[in-house]
Design a protein around this ligand. Structure first.
Ligand SMILES: Nc1nc2c(c(=O)[nH]1)N[C@H]1C(S)=C(S)[C@@H](COP(=O)(O)O)O[C@H]1N2
Ligand SMILES: [Mo]
Length: 198
């Protein structure tokens, strides 16, 4: 029950607690930015608890049905960037091809340099989740995840793996890179699920 003043409705309702809006686009990651000479050797692998393991070349990925999804980015370190428009392949499209098994409850997103992050299948396969190649009408820059990054619009942005190369379906919730280092297993910005103990 909330006994304080009624909450004001307005743009501030889009900003979760203890976040500050920025109009810049900060670059944040652990490790090195990969620079690709070309994408001939690039593949995206979908594996683990799936009926059909799938390996996609970049051009195959681009020939799949595409979608557009908007989000407000909330980084766990405290910055938020509103009104982002992402274009790419819906995660549901990939699931259609690989057919995750009934027992697959979680996914591990694998990025370059063995960076990983974990989330429930339901969140990964939400209608708004996608693998994006374009941000606000422009191809992703190397720093922001070129050629392909996950975008999980409703969770803290560390779940949105840049430079994604693999999607592994699992039965157990295994912590990824930041999760091993104390970040929350789920990461809902509205509940401020920043660290494991939040
Ligand atoms: N591969 C990889 N993806 C990553 C990270 C990382 O360290 N490695 N950091 C995450 C974090 S903490 C954030 S806030 C966003 C930042 O994305 P940006 O650099 O495009 O703003 O990427 C996420 N994806
Ligand atoms: Mo972040």
């Amino acid at each position: 029950m909330y006994f304080g003043k009624p909450r004001k409705k307005g743009p501030t309702d889009r900003v979760p607690p203890n976040q500050n809006v920025t109009t810049s686009f900060p670059v944040l990651h652990y490790g090195n930015v990969p620079y690709y000479k070309n994408l001939d050797e690039w593949t995206l692998k979908i594996y683990g608890l799936v009926e059909k393991e799938v390996t996609l070349l970049y051009k195959e990925l681009m020939s799949l049905p595409q979608t557009t999804s908007g989000n407000d980015i909330h980084c766990v370190t405290g910055w938020s960037k509103l009104d982002n428009v992402w274009e790419g392949v819906p995660t549901q499209q990939l699931a259609k091809m690989a057919q995750p098994m009934e027992c697959a409850k979680y996914v591990i997103l694998h990025a370059e340099e063995n960076w990983t992050t974990n989330l429930p299948v339901a969140d990964f396969l939400k209608e708004t989740s996608l693998l994006a190649h374009t941000h606000n009408g422009e191809q992703l820059s190397p720093e922001h995840g070129y050629p392909l990054r996950a975008v999980i619009p409703h969770l803290y942005f560390w779940k949105s793996a840049k430079w994604i190369r693999g999607i592994e379906f699992t039965s157990e919730n295994q912590p990824g890179f930041w999760e091993e280092n104390g970040y929350h297993m789920y990461g809902d910005p509205w509940k401020e699920q920043r660290m494991t103990w939040d």
